[in-house]
Design a protein around this ligand. Structure first.
Ligand SMILES: [Mg+2]
Length: 474
């Protein structure tokens, strides 16, 4: 590293070289400033001016990578003020990240100080500037080995864990983060996607969502996912676990089941109630949705019980059946963002068409009730839309719109939704029966439909703009 020239100071110079070498290899505590290490080693030695000059030359001939952390009260202009100094010393930015929590800034910059630039004056200038700005500052030298490891680990396994609930508590976070670390994943980023909460004006049915980006060297994601899903039974939260990919924030089509997903009822049960056969039909519906009965068989059986119901009674349901919580906000936002939407339903076309007109849905496929002499015949006038057909229709719509299935979100609650949930890039069991919840990759059981916006990367504050404020249709 440096030539040996003067015997009287050879030992000191060799020590300096050794320290530099070890420092570069990361063999000293990385938290300890380099200068402290030098002083520690040179204690009780009579280092000459020449020794120190030699040490300085060694420092000047190597590029140094240093992590600089700043923290303190946030306000405009901090980054530009600090970057101005880095620019003076021709520093290269290797990585940078910042977070602001409750008006407190945490800024980290990984820099490479080029050969020929002195680090000490840079450090001194930054310390003075940080003091003027009332910021704390910390320098951590990064060894070549540690830097290479950081570069190599860019391609490792990355996932997004979204924790959703009415509130997110420290206990929930502690339990989830403990599971993440036990499975050898690191949390790289944490962000709150839901809006700011007021302590005084508590909002009923408020949403809370925290998004964690995690990474790991090995793919033990299945075991971690299973453990995180267990937490959704322990706490009143939902957890979505997605592989981080380009598709995650670029979904383009969202397909919904209708009954008990977009609306808070099973229309066939409501029709049966109007016809006086409510209990018989409800029992069959519940069993079919739990996956205990073949859908087509149970559907045919239930429909036959509606025979003789006057068609003029169908509109009675249009204004009594409620939309699911958050349905209007979700769909109006999706449309604003250019998503295509579809209803793929094992229910009935008359209700699907009503929702299409009300919400502006692009596609509706459901069962057409056969009507003769103004009464229901108890049969359908078209092919029955069962689970297999829903998946086929979803694939057909995606192909027609030239959308990859990876960019499709499917949402449903029943066993007949599983085929479409399974072929979609993101299949979400919404307030679903246990079998469906267990079989789907994602489940939302505690929040409304609009919480799906968090899963496609939309934050509440993204929508806090006039053009995104939807008007309720009632
Ligand atoms: Mg359903």
């Amino acid at each position: 590293m440096c030539d040996k020239e003067q015997p009287a100071t050879v030992q000191v110079a060799e020590d300096a070289e050794r320290i530099l070498f070890e420092w570069c290899r990361g063999e000293h505590g990385r938290g300890r400033p380099f200068q402290d290490q030098v002083l520690l080693t040179f204690r009780n030695r009579m280092a000459t001016v020449w020794d120190l000059s030699r040490l300085l030359i060694c420092l000047l001939t190597m590029n140094r990578v240093v992590l600089i952390n700043f923290s303190g009260g946030d306000r405009p202009g901090l980054t530009s003020s600090l970057a101005e100094i880095l620019a003076t010393y021709r520093v290269r930015i290797l990585d940078i990240g910042q977070a602001v929590v409750h008006e407190t800034l945490t800024l980290a910059i990984l820099v490479e100080v080029p050969a020929g630039e002195e680090f000490t004056p840079l450090k001194k200038d930054l310390i003075v500037r940080a003091h003027d700005l009332d910021l704390k500052i910390k320098f951590t030298p990064v060894s070549e080995e540690a830097f290479d490891h950081w570069v190599r680990s860019q391609g490792k396994f990355r996932f997004i864990v979204s924790v959703l609930g009415r509130v997110v508590t420290a206990e929930q976070l502690a339990t989830a983060s403990s599971a993440i670390s036990r499975h050898a994943f690191n949390i790289d980023r944490i962000e709150r996607l839901s809006g700011r909460l007021s302590l005084t004006g508590r909002v009923e049915n408020a949403n809370a969502c925290i998004e964690l980006e995690i990474s790991g060297e090995g793919d033990s994601s299945s075991a971690l996912r299973a453990e995180l899903m267990e937490l959704t039974h322990q706490f009143e939260i939902d957890i979505a676990f997605q592989r981080e990919s380009i598709y995650r924030r670029n979904r383009r089509l969202v397909a919904f089941d209708m009954d008990s997903t977009l609306i808070q009822a099973e229309v066939i049960d409501e029709l049966a109630r109007l016809h006086g056969v409510g209990e018989q039909v409800s029992a069959i519906t519940a069993s079919a949705m739990r996956g205990e009965l073949d859908f087509k068989h149970s559907f045919t059986k239930r429909l036959s019980l509606l025979r003789g119901l006057p068609a003029m009674r169908l509109p009675e349901l249009l204004h009594t059946v409620q939309l699911a919580d958050g349905a209007e906000r979700l769909i109006s936002t999706l449309k604003m963002l250019g998503y295509k939407t579809a209803i793929l339903s094992g229910g009935f076309t008359f209700f699907g068409k009503h929702l299409q007109a009300r919400l502006g849905i692009d596609y509706v496929f459901a069962n057409e009730l056969e009507i003769e002499n103004d009464v229901l015949t108890g049969r359908v006038a078209s092919e029955i839309v069962d689970g297999k057909k829903k998946a086929e229709l979803l694939a057909t719509i995606a192909a027609r719109e030239d959308i990859s299935l990876d960019q499709v979100v499917a949402v449903g609650d029943g066993a007949n939704d599983l085929p479409m949930l399974n072929i979609a890039g993101m299949g979400i069991a919404f307030h679903a029966k246990p079998l469906v919840r267990k079989s789907a990759n994602h489940a939302v059981s505690h929040l409304g439909l609009d919480s799906i916006l968090y899963l496609i990367g939309v934050r509440d504050r993204d929508l806090d703009r006039p053009e995104f404020r939807f008007s309720s249709a009632g």
